[in-house]
Design a protein. Structure first.
Length: 475
């Protein structure tokens, strides 16, 4: 006959506290705060449909070397494919621990993450803290002979904003990436955020001025579309004047666009809107250096262009070489240079054609007797003056804008020279060179054309260098 012991509760002798309690289908072992220990070699089995429940505040601890199995297969405990994130960003090479996620900040330079020794179920996550992995990579190194995706070699993380999770499976595949996000969500700032050039402010506007090459580096795009539209001024270099009987150089191309949210007084030839910045990144800025003086034996070349994003302003036309035939026209460009005597037409402006026009033609040369009279260079605001008998043509007027917060004139044409030293003057209120016995140079960073020199002289003026100005609302 089989013996039986029938009880509902087992209590402790010393204080009558409950050790085992059966209530309905639940069996409770111990009281809150107690630890239940299974000796080595004892196997605890929960049959199909059963469960182990740990009350709030309690814990289930697995000793070193112990395992939990499901139908004979070892399984993990306490994790369901997740990690606990360490919220202090790491900035240098380190060894990861299983069960931890790390925010890796490579803004100061690339570094290496060493994975822990591979144990089935080990898990490590990594995230791009500053969205800089595309520039400064993370190198992930396995421990010893462990593998990453079946290969015992390093892995490189080089995608901006990436986050990854590695789980160690077995010795065949090693660490396998189970989750991979190729971007992280970042809130859009209320205004555009950028650096580059010389930065000043005017009211709620920030102004970036480039007097030489550089980059306009955008790090944040506004959540408000209108605030991503920037005002711009792109002025190319003026063309150099010619030395002997010299036509005036044409002004550098002048192009301006105005954002509706950046108040200032623009030029009369401003585009109806500014330029929209659609994504973060570096935008190359090119500023044309001043156009060189044209010697008596050279044909001369136009001033260099200036460029900002999709906006290109063409350098001004240079003064032309002495004609090989009558009626030789001037050189074309943002604004054209003056025509050479005898009766040469001024060079074409707004070349290539853009709207609004970036410049104007040069003035025509005069008759060849009794004196040679070259035309003035075209300006951003007007055509170069035609030569009169005995005098070179005046340079075409420039145009004025206060995009920099100071009202300044840009892009005046150079005045034409003349063999009796009666050269044309610079364009009215324009930063360009006068013609005459000594041709004046265009003002630096204002894109004016160089003035022409007198007969037999070499003292023509160089074209003025260009400029790029970007203005946008920042608060």
């Amino acid at each position: 006959m089989t013996s039986k012991i029938k009880v509902d509760n087992i209590n402790k002798v010393s204080d009558d506290s409950n050790i085992i309690n059966k209530c309905g289908t639940n069996i409770t072992m111990g009281q809150n705060g107690d630890t239940v220990i299974l000796p080595n070699g004892v196997t605890e089995q929960v049959q199909s449909g059963g469960a182990i429940q740990v009350q709030s505040g309690g814990s289930l601890t697995i000793a070193s070397g112990a395992t939990i199995t499901n139908n004979g297969t070892a399984v993990g405990l306490g994790r369901t494919g997740t990690v606990d994130w360490a919220t202090t960003p790491v900035t240098a090479t380190f060894t990861a621990s299983s069960g931890v996620g790390y925010f890796c900040n490579t803004s100061g330079g690339a570094f290496t993450v060493n994975l822990p020794a591979g144990v089935a179920g080990a898990i490590v996550s990594l995230a791009d803290y500053a969205a800089t992995w595309q520039t400064n990579n993370i190198t992930v190194t396995p421990n010893g002979t462990d593998k990453i995706g079946s290969t015992n070699a390093n892995a490189t993380l080089s995608t901006q904003g990436q986050s990854v999770t590695f789980v160690f499976v077995d010795s065949t595949q090693g660490w396998i990436n189970t989750m991979d996000s190729t971007s992280n969500v970042r809130a859009n700032p209320p205004f555009l955020v950028a650096t580059g050039g010389t930065i000043t402010t005017s009211g709620d506007c920030k102004i970036h001025t480039f007097t030489g090459p550089g980059s306009f580096c955008v790090s944040g795009i506004s959540a408000v579309g209108a605030n991503n539209v920037v005002s711009y001024l792109v002025v190319a270099s003026g063309g150099g004047g010619r030395s002997s009987d010299g036509p005036g150089g044409g002004a550098g191309g002048f192009r301006e666009g105005k954002s509706p949210v950046t108040p200032y007084t623009a030029s009369p030839i401003v585009a109806p809107t500014g330029l929209t910045i659609s994504s973060p990144g570096a935008i190359t800025v090119t500023v044309g250096g001043g156009g060189a003086v044209v010697p008596t034996s050279e044909p001369g070349t136009g001033g260099p262009n200036s460029v900002f994003s999709s906006i290109t302003s063409t350098g001004g036309g240079a003064g032309i070489l002495a004609p090989v035939s009558p009626n030789q026209p001037g050189n074309s460009g943002g604004s054209g240079s003056g025509g050479y005597a005898i009766n040469g037409n001024g060079g074409a402006g707004n070349t290539p054609t853009v709207s609004p026009s970036q410049g104007n033609p040069g003035g025509n040369g005069g008759p060849g007797s009794p004196t040679y009279s070259p035309g003035g260079g075209g300006g951003a605001g007007g055509t170069g003056g035609n030569a009169s008998p005995g005098g070179g043509g005046t340079g075409g007027v420039g145009t004025t804008t206060s995009i920099s917060s100071s009202s300044l004139s840009y892009g005046g044409g150079g005045g034409g020279g003349q063999d009796s030293s009666r050269g044309g003057s610079a364009g009215a209120a324009s930063p360009c060179g006068t013609g005459g016995a000594t041709g004046g140079a265009g003002t630096v960073n204002r894109g004016g054309g160089g003035g022409g020199g007198s007969n037999g002289g070499t003292a023509a003026g160089a074209g003025g260098s260009g400029i790029v100005i970007i203005r946008y609302k920042f608060q």
